[in-house]
Design a protein around this ligand. Sequence first.
Ligand SMILES: NC(=O)c1ccc[n+]([C@@H]2O[C@H](COP(=O)([O-])OP(=O)(O)OC[C@H]3O[C@@H](n4cnc5c(N)ncnc54)[C@H](O)[C@@H]3O)[C@@H](O)[C@H]2O)c1
Length: 250
Amino acid sequence: MTRLQDKIALITGAGTGIGRAAAELFAAEGAAVLVAEINSDSGAATAAAIEAAGGRAHFVATDVSEPAEVERAVAECVSAFGGLDILYNNAGGATADDGKVTEIPLAEFWRTMGVDLFGTFLGCRFAIPQLIERGGGAIINTTSIRAMKATQGADAYTAAKGGVLTLTKALAQELGEQGIRVNAVAPGVVATERVKAILGDVAANPLARATPLGFGTPEEVARTALFLASDEARWITGAIIPVDGGAAAV
Ligand SMILES: NC(=O)c1ccc[n+]([C@@H]2O[C@H](COP(=O)([O-])OP(=O)(O)OC[C@H]3O[C@@H](n4cnc5c(N)ncnc54)[C@H](O)[C@@H]3O)[C@@H](O)[C@H]2O)c1
């Protein structure tokens, strides 16, 4: 398993869900993984699981919405592993407080913008100089089916993920000459613990029911991120890849 042999990856929100699946998968494929996670227990557990499986990992407690913390995570990645080749901006997610513009608590709007959009912006801001230093690299951002289809009912999250989608394309244009590819995954309904807690019966959710292949698992998104991170995707940049069981096609 060597699709990321000798690569160094920083994955945000890698304590649970899709981020954890990606951290374990990237490590199993040969990457050293910097786990940047706000929850110290889950972040340390991901790093420990990778090391127990024979991989290389380092955990740094990181709130992606805090510039100094993201800057430190990137710096610790460089000092622990010698550089940075892959940034996977994964941290984020809607909460049950999201909803209609007229009803969302303003604090929830700014929390969502801070984590999903500003957090992605900050990851790119501090990682790009390191990727340039290595002569190129890959950034994988995380948007959503909600941005692909502009679904109603989670307006803060939809706006934040729309920003991530467009930022991904702009960065792809800016960074191509430096050998840096910038793509995004756009998951549909993925049955992570967070989503199960919000939706209850995931299979009964209207979006999941309307999806040709039903709901997905964290590993299915992680596998697409792995492809985008690897040299197999060397001529792909600026792409928004739905990983959604066909939801975006409906
Ligand atoms: N699960 C889905 O159905 C789905 C659908 C579309 C998009 N996504 C996106 O995929 C990504 C991962 O989603 P998930 O379902 O695996 O979520 P999750 O809640 O299972 O995992 C997210 C992780 O990010 C961490 N985190 C939260 N805020 C953070 C912060 N400020 N700084 C650092 N870490 C932070 C959490 O502690 C958690 O470990 C998110 O960006 C989400 O918006 C998920």
